[in-house]
Design a protein around this ligand. Structure first.
Ligand code: BGC
Length: 420
């Protein structure tokens, strides 16, 4: 029993993560909706209804609770709160307040993200994240949302600012008078960014320092507003890449860590907590970041199967932040083989329990994702969910992994044999 208590402390958050654009459906006033609908876009499908979380949130929270979880991460959609610049929707604010309130009354800890990749179309068209005013515009939205966060402990300002610093460039095409002509000329919306890569490909170009600075400013502004007006603990969720040097390339490693994650983690030294998100581990070789090694098992996304990535990421985040409390806000695997999802998550949780045993301050594990959802450019081809969904009837069916992980949550690791 003492080992159990040490491994997963009382109040440890066990749950799943989602994001508004990927789950709600019909996010019609957002930049991603516009991008998906451009002729020649590289999205394999439009998001459409997704899994209709906008109407089925209660059913999903009930299901999550019945499985044994005590926490749920979801995001608030800026485009719904501020559909036109300076016009705030009281109805949308009330909608999200109902979800928060329901979580609180059900004993489900809400972990709220204020920005998860998608932005309002008006914002994207008027300069978006490349504009000098981006941080202030984001601040106006955060100010409008703050009152509905009453009773919420965990708030993340921006999801994966280190990935988003590159990804936001996709929306630049929306500023052109004729975006489709630009796409026709360049090949696809991705070409605006990189010439080829998909959003989650590890061949993305490096984030520019300017974009990193915008993210840092927007985060600092949001933190200031939230600290002044709410009692929430404020942080952001960083994609920690679990980079490992190939033997002989140890000197190359710090440069990549610097560009991809350090400034975002260093900024979290001033935060109340930091979200750690990890899926795979990547080698840094003589020519830079490498893809999955030849012959390695890969997941649907083409990422190497590396359950140990999470432990590596947690230790790295802990070291760079100098000990900011952490929550795993995303970890999971895109696969059709649900048995492999259980194997992967068992391995990842082993890493989690070892970091706790070593004294790292870890407050929770939120699996990505609750329900198979809209996986950005790959749309519905990638299945990260613990729960399957029929996209015509929207009926949810928990996979064996959902039942297994719920049981792990209920028994704080005992049922998975994570605690000896
Ligand atoms: C993002 C999610 C995405 C997941 C899997 C993370 O980068 O926050 O939105 O679905 O990875 O690709």
């Amino acid at each position: 029993m003492s080992e159990l208590a040490a491994a997963f402390p009382k109040g440890f958050l066990w749950g799943a993560s989602t994001a508004a654009h990927q789950n709600e459906g019909n996010n019609t006033l957002s930049d991603f909706w516009a991008l998906e609908h451009l002729k020649g876009s590289s999205f394999s499908e439009v998001s459409g209804d997704t899994v209709d979380f906008y109407h089925r949130w209660k059913e999903d929270i009930d299901l999550l609770k019945s499985l044994g979880f005590n926490a749920f991460r979801f995001s608030i959609e800026w485009a719904r709160i501020e559909p036109s610049r300076g016009e705030f929707s009281a109805a949308s604010l009330a909608h999200y307040r109902r979800i928060i309130q329901y979580c609180l009354t059900q004993g489900i800890e809400p972990v709220i993200t204020l920005h998860h990749f998608s932005s309002p179309l008006w914002f994207a068209k008027t300069g978006g994240w490349g504009s000098a005013e981006a941080a202030d515009r984001f601040g106006d939205y955060v100010t409008a949302v703050a009152p509905i966060l009453d009773g919420v402990t965990w708030v993340a300002t921006i999801n994966e600012p280190n990935i988003f610093a590159v990804m936001h460039q996709m929306s630049l095409v929306l500023q052109a008078p004729d975006p489709e002509a630009v796409i026709a000329q360049m090949g696809s919306t991705q070409d605006v960014v990189s010439g080829e890569a998909g959003i989650n490909a590890f061949s993305m170009p490096e984030p520019k320092e300017e974009a990193a600075q915008t993210m840092l400013r927007a985060h600092a502004r949001a933190r200031e507003i939230l600290h002044a007006t709410t009692s929430a603990k404020v942080g952001w969720t960083v994609a920690v890449q679990s980079l490992v040097a190939r033997p002989g390339c140890e000197e190359e490693l710090p440069r990549y860590q610097r560009v991809w994650e350090d400034s975002y983690l260093e900024s979290a030294r001033d935060d109340d907590w930091v979200g750690v998100q990890a899926y795979t581990s990547q080698l840094v070789g003589p020519n830079g970041l490498e893809g999955a090694p030849e012959g390695a098992e890969v997941t649907q996304t083409g990422w190497a199967y590396r359950p140990d990535a999470l432990g590596i990421a947690l230790r790295r985040a802990w070291e760079v932040t100098g000990g900011t409390p952490m929550i795993v806000t995303e970890n999971g695997i895109a696969t059709n083989d649900d048995k492999r999802r259980i194997d992967y998550t068992t391995g990842a949780l082993q890493g989690v329990s070892e970091t706790i045993a070593d004294g790292l301050d870890l407050r929770g594990y939120l699996h990505w994702t609750f329900i198979d959802n809209f996986e950005w450019v790959h749309a519905y081809q990638m299945t990260f969910g613990l729960v399957a969904v029929d996209r015509t009837t929207f009926e949810r069916t928990p996979k064996p992994s959902a039942i297994w992980l719920g049981e792990v949550a209920r028994t704080a690791g005992l049922s998975a044999g994570l605690i000896k």
